[in-house]
Design a protein around this ligand. Structure first.
Ligand SMILES: Cc1cc2nc3c(=O)[nH]c(=O)nc-3n(C[C@H](O)[C@H](O)[C@H](O)COP(=O)(O)OP(=O)(O)OC[C@H]3O[C@@H](n4cnc5c(N)ncnc54)[C@H](O)[C@@H]3O)c2cc1C
Length: 522
């Protein structure tokens, strides 16, 4: 029987709620936070684009938002003017919130119902004196304190002229120098996309794309039954690399979970098992693991969003993931990381031409990489070789994304000191690089800028458990991670009484020692 991840968890959840009924409220509060990128359907058939916040979800949602700005509407559900204002607010929110956002990742539009008792203190904190009242500011600034109209030099600002959708959008356009229109539509927005999504500010949001690319890669592998006898090692090694160096904490945690259960999910005789029924059962088991958490964005592509439906997306996210991994590997890990990435692309990237070209580039390396620098620069050069080829191909075939044509990268606007000459990089001319500067730039761009702000607050684990998971998933000794993680968490759990021991009992069934043995053999 393949393991079902959900059963033990549901049992545990039930027990937790039984013992700590207050956690139910906590879970409800976490709910809206997780639905940050979703449009809600209130039952009238029309989804709400603006995100409903309350005193419990307010800080979490705003702190974790990838958007540069937020607008919060304070209203009261009994206020007739507010009810009439809602369609106006929604018209603007449609542009910025939800999976079909025309301009994602720029403005988070939210609302708080001040007529609900639980929100009284929150609304008082923001000196709400009339309904509806709109405030504007960087999302996290809303969580640092309140707002008062007399306050000077606050980054939170009252929107004084947003009474209709048109006026609100005009106010926004004036405030950030954009030219959004209420008629803007997804993927027909070539002329209205406000910023070059590859600017340094945008890369900070690429964490969402990296998470989405990771989840999509896992789906593709599972759906296409790519884990076979001959590919098991490549998969395990790549996942070990992710556990150690994925920029997103929740993906590190998810990949560790998959490795811990690897032998159950894909027993060594998995590919020999010819019965279609059991294969699809195994697929279901694998699918029940959320590699980057249950709420990983799907189809959002913020940094990697093309101006057309069919451009960019997954392969862009995959490149960003690979570069992020390369700058995180230490000097001693450079060669192993190189082999792991090459093997992963070769076995699991199902674009035939891509993996063939990449394999050729991997095979042409004759000297082992002894430093992070050497490997990071190799990957950057290889990506530029792909760019160089695609500049020509896409121009000829007219398949390029007009908003994001391939260029030799990084352009001068991103890194002034990276190249010495003024060659035509967008025309495919390779400039004279200053590789020390390029390396510094890549480390900053893919290292410190892309970090996960995700803070895991599962109701099933205590702080002590969490710190054990933290220690394990930030470990650099990837080979020891999966088994070590399981054992360490289980041991720590037992100090937290019956609930934790229940969980430990579930974990015990996962045959650690067998896994220890099989993973050590990898
Ligand atoms: C391993 C691999 C091999 C591929 N091989 C092929 C192929 O042979 N043929 C094919 O048609 N497509 C190939 N692709 C897909 C192709 O490279 C692009 O990913 C796709 O066309 C989408 O392009 P994009 O404009 O989103 O930018 P991408 O090329 O995907 O780049 C994503 C982002 O990375 C940054 N970037 C660009 N160049 C570099 C660089 N040199 N170093 C670091 N960062 C950079 C930029 O910010 C860019 O927006 C491959 C993809 C991968 C992951």
């Amino acid at each position: 029987m393949p393991p079902s991840a959900s059963h033990p968890f549901l049992h545990l959840l039930f027990l937790v709620l039984l013992v700590f009924p207050g956690l139910g409220a906590f879970a409800a509060a976490v709910g809206p936070r997780r639905s940050i990128l979703r449009a809600l359907d209130e039952g009238n058939g029309k989804p709400d684009y603006a995100v409903d916040l309350n005193s419990s979800s307010f800080d979490n949602v705003l702190n974790e938002s990838p958007a540069s700005f937020a607008i919060v509407e304070f209203f009261a559900h009994w206020c007739p003017a507010c009810r009439n204002y809602k369609p106006h607010y929604e018209k603007v929110a449609r542009l910025f919130n939800g999976p079909n956002a025309v301009h994602p990742g720029i403005i988070l539009m939210a609302r708080v119902d001040c007529a609900k008792k639980m929100n009284t203190n929150l609304c008082n904190k923001f000196s709400v004196g009339h309904y509806p009242m709109l405030l504007w500011g960087p999302p996290h600034k809303f969580t640092l304190g309140g707002w008062d109209s007399k306050q000077e030099k606050s980054e939170i600002q009252s929107i004084d002229d947003g009474r209709t959708a048109e006026r609100l959008l005009n106010w926004i356009n004036k405030r950030i120098g954009s030219s959004f229109s209420l008629d803007d539509d997804k993927f027909e927005n070539e002329n209205t996309l406000p910023w070059n999504a590859s600017d340094p500010e945008q890369i900070a949001r690429a964490i969402y794309d990296v998470e989405e690319a990771t989840a999509q890669a896992f789906d593709i592998i599972v759906d296409n039954k790519r884990i076979r006898k001959e590919t098991r090692v490549a998969f395990i090694k790549f996942f070990q690399l992710l556990v150690a160096h994925h920029p997103s904490r929740r993906c590190r945690k998810g990949t560790a979970g998959i490795l811990v259960n690897f032998d159950d999910l894909w027993p060594s005789d998995y590919s020999n098992n010819s019965r279609e029924g059991s294969l699809s059962h195994m697929q279901d088991g694998a699918r029940s693991f959320s590699i980057c958490g249950k709420e990983v964005p799907r189809g959002y592509w913020i940094f990697c969003r093309g101006s057309r439906n069919e451009t960019r997306g997954f392969s862009c996210g995959l490149w960003v993931l690979l570069h992020s991994l390369s700058v995180r590997a230490g000097d001693g890990e450079a060669q192993q990381t190189f082999i792991t990435i090459c093997d992963f692309i070769h076995n699991f990237f199902m674009c035939e031409e891509c993996r063939r070209h990449f394999h050729e580039m991997c095979s042409s390396v004759s000297t082992p990489f002894e430093t992070t620098r050497a490997f990071v620069l190799w990957l950057w050069r290889s990506h530029n070789k792909v760019n160089e080829r695609l500049i020509k191909v896409e121009k000829e075939l007219r398949t390029e994304d007009p908003r994001y044509p391939k260029i030799i990268w990084p352009p001068k606007q991103l890194c002034e000191s990276c190249s010495n000459s003024t060659s035509n990089q967008s025309g495919g001319m390779m400039p004279e690089w200053n590789e020390d500067e390029v390396f510094k730039f890549l480390v900053a761009y893919y290292g410190s800028t892309i970090i996960s702000s995700y803070k895991d607050e599962t109701i099933t684990s205590s702080r002590k458990d969490e710190s054990v998971v933290d220690d394990v998933i930030t470990s650099n000794h990837a080979v020891a991670v999966p088994v070590g993680a399981a054992l360490a968490i289980a041991l720590a759990s037992c100090t937290f009484g019956a609930l934790a021991c229940f969980w430990r009992t579930q974990q015990k069934n996962r045959k650690y020692l067998h896994q220890l043995h099989s993973l050590k053999n990898v």
